[in-house]
Design a binder for this molecule. Structure first.
Ligand code: AMP
Length: 582
């Protein structure tokens, strides 16, 4: 294995200018067109680093987590190499991923990036009917995205032919090992052609990953993450908050935050042009005055948008990172990250837009569950604390609005400018209590403020993210794929095992069902992972008795897990859980 010996810009501390864009990385017109259509303006650090060597056919080890743009980092070169290859019946590339969700997600990404090329991609995972997969494989696909267990199944059935494979990608390799797929990976890789190109991506690089890389990769380019704090420094007067929210509720969450915070001027950051355009039309549709700025605008359009923002005609500016880079804005009260930015530098750059010149500012980040790892990384590298908060409820919003009306009424009373309404009030108070009249007037004012907009409660996702985890949900089917021989959770007090995380105190949970109810370790891990959002790597040893099961979990999460599993059935059986006092 070889490491770049030139001063190696890390994936997090990129020094090169990124404005040269995707073309300078060697990507060709077809893919550049697709990326343009997707609204991508510049490569993320991992894309900058990984795309050129992958295009050149090199093996590669990349340390990158979800949210950094790693899927495009390996998919774009794969697609370009596929475009230059001769057509073949058997699959050209195999992408191995730990879970069914990721298999679907990655296959969708391959489809999206390969749209112009008309790529045939298939996701193959456990827990789903095998027949449709057999039929699709027989018909012929160019890229297979598979979980290891199901991939092996197809290999044994000879429905998945590896002999013409030219590229193998191992995505989230550490998770695959944590889920006990080490032997499966070896078995699969051994059956692939020696001439293949192999890339391995992993959020962490424990020795077991290094050993897989040593066995299966040749002269690999190693993309480092330099664990140094980001120099740019976060302005101390910026108050940083994060809200955990599912993708489906992001617009609602943003609107709620805007309504509660009433920012005087806010810069909202999105990753792509498309997101910028979609968000401004949604916001304006809901009565906000927002405008967007991105690399797709010409100078005159940019000038107009900026003039409107500076004059206060619009108070929400929605921007991509590239577009915001050149903006001359002296101060904004709020920076809102619609997505967690793909690198700590981008985060620091974004939030540096507020809290300038000694004034205080707010930086608010919407975090999808799968992006929590990225946020932890940003906190660590920027040495700053991002406080996770709960989204205001509809009741909070209503209280805030009423408070606003109350304040406005107080101002009118102080200014004593309501003479022309006195006559109608006098008439009303002849028949009604004056306090009732005032309350009815407030109701009217409240209604005119909110119109007929119906506020909906945004489901709360509790912060379940352990530091070392990048995924919060693990598919139950995938956990069933866990090979019996694997001992992924051997170390009682060290969840995260290979990740090298610190030892944490563990507590044993006693489940009221066991072997006689047909319960196996996979069911328990699946239930905890799915219901409590705890990654499998955080779960300690499991003991299955005839009528009970014992599972070790981190002590500080034990009560949350019990609560989350309160109403869950395991294998169709209602199971009660208590702390085991041994
Ligand atoms: P990933 O880390 O591959 O899961 O990507 C995270 C998200 O970033 C996905 O929604 C991608 O569509 C998006 N993305 C990836 N690369 C870029 C880029 N260069 N510019 C903007 N968005 C990107």
């Amino acid at each position: 294995m070889k490491t770049h010996d030139t001063p190696h810009p890390s994936t997090t501390l990129i020094k090169k200018s990124v404005s040269s864009g995707f073309a300078s990385l060697g990507l060709e017109t077809q893919l550049l067109t697709t990326l343009g259509k997707l609204g991508y303006e510049e490569p993320t650090p991992i894309q900058q680093e990984a795309i050129p060597p992958l295009l050149a056919g090199r093996d590669l080890i990349g340390r990158a987590a979800t949210g950094t743009g790693k899927t495009a980092a390996f998919t774009l070169p794969l697609l370009q190499r596929l475009a230059h290859s001769t057509r073949q019946q058997n699959p050209f590339a195999l992408i191995l991923v730990p879970t069914r969700e990721l298999a679907i997600q990655v296959s969708e990404a391959v489809h999206r990036y390969g749209k112009e090329q008309g790529i045939a991609v298939l996701a193959v995972y456990g827990g789903a009917a095998i027949r449709p997969q057999l039929i699709a494989l027989k018909r012929g696909v160019e890229v297979v995205v598979a979980t290891p267990g199901r991939a092996l199944d197809h290999i044994r059935r000879k429905s998945l032919q590896l002999k013409d494979l030219q590229i193998v990608i191992l995505d989230e390799a550490d998770e695959m090992l944590n889920m006990g797929f080490a032997e499966d990976l070896d078995a699969i890789l051994q059956q692939t052609p020696k001439t293949r190109q192999t890339a391995l991506f992993s959020a962490t690089m424990p020795p077991r990953i290094a050993s897989i890389a040593k066995r299966h990769l040749r002269d690999a380019v190693d993309i480092h993450i330099v664990k140094e704090p980001v120099k740019a420094g976060v302005a101390p007067q910026v108050h940083q908050t994060g809200y955990l929210v599912s993708r489906a509720n992001k617009v609602g969450a943003l609107v709620r935050i805007l309504d509660m915070g009433t920012p005087t001027s806010a810069l909202v950051f999105c990753r792509t042009r498309i997101e910028v355009d979609e968000l401004i039309s949604t916001l304006n549709g809901r009565g906000y005055r927002s405008e967007g700025i991105h690399g797709g605008l010409n100078q005159a359009q940019r000038d107009r948008v900026m003039a409107s923002f500076r004059s206060g005609k619009t108070n929400l500016l929605v921007a991509t990172d590239v577009a915001a880079r050149g903006l001359d804005i002296s101060h904004v009260s709020h920076v809102l990250n619609y997505d967690v930015p793909s690198s700590p530098e981008a985060y620091v750059h974004r939030i540096g837009r507020t809290g300038r010149a000694g004034r205080s500012g707010h930086a608010i980040t919407l975090v999808e569950p799968r992006e929590q790892w990225l946020l932890k990384n940003i906190e660590r590298l920027t040495k700053s604390k991002i406080e996770m908060a709960t989204l205001p409820t509809v009741a909070d919003l209503q209280a805030k609005r009423l408070e606003g009306i109350g304040t406005a009424i107080q101002e009118i009373l102080t200014a004593n400018k309501f003479e022309r309404f006195r006559k109608v009030v006098n008439t009303l108070t002849e028949n009604f209590d004056p306090a009732d009249v005032a309350a009815a007037a407030m109701q009217l004012a409240y209604g005119s403020k909110t119109g007929d907009r119906k506020e909906e409660e945004i489901p709360v996702i509790r912060d379940r993210a352990p530091e070392s985890s990048q995924r919060t949900r693990v598919s139950r089917q995938e956990l069933h794929e866990r090979p019996r021989s694997a001992k992924p959770r051997a170390k009682a007090s060290k969840p995260g095992g290979d990740r090298g995380g610190p030892s944490v105190p563990m507590t044993t949970l006693n489940f009221s069902a066991g072997r006689e109810a047909g319960i196996g370790p996979g069911d328990l891990v699946g239930a905890i992972a799915n219901e409590a959002g705890l990654p499998s790597s955080m779960i300690g040893p499991i003991k299955i008795g005839d009528q009970f099961s014992l599972v070790k979990v981190p002590t500080e999460l034990a009560r949350d897990i019990m609560k989350a599993l309160g109403r869950t059935r395991i294998k169709g059986k209602k199971v009660s859980i208590r702390l085991d006092r041994e």
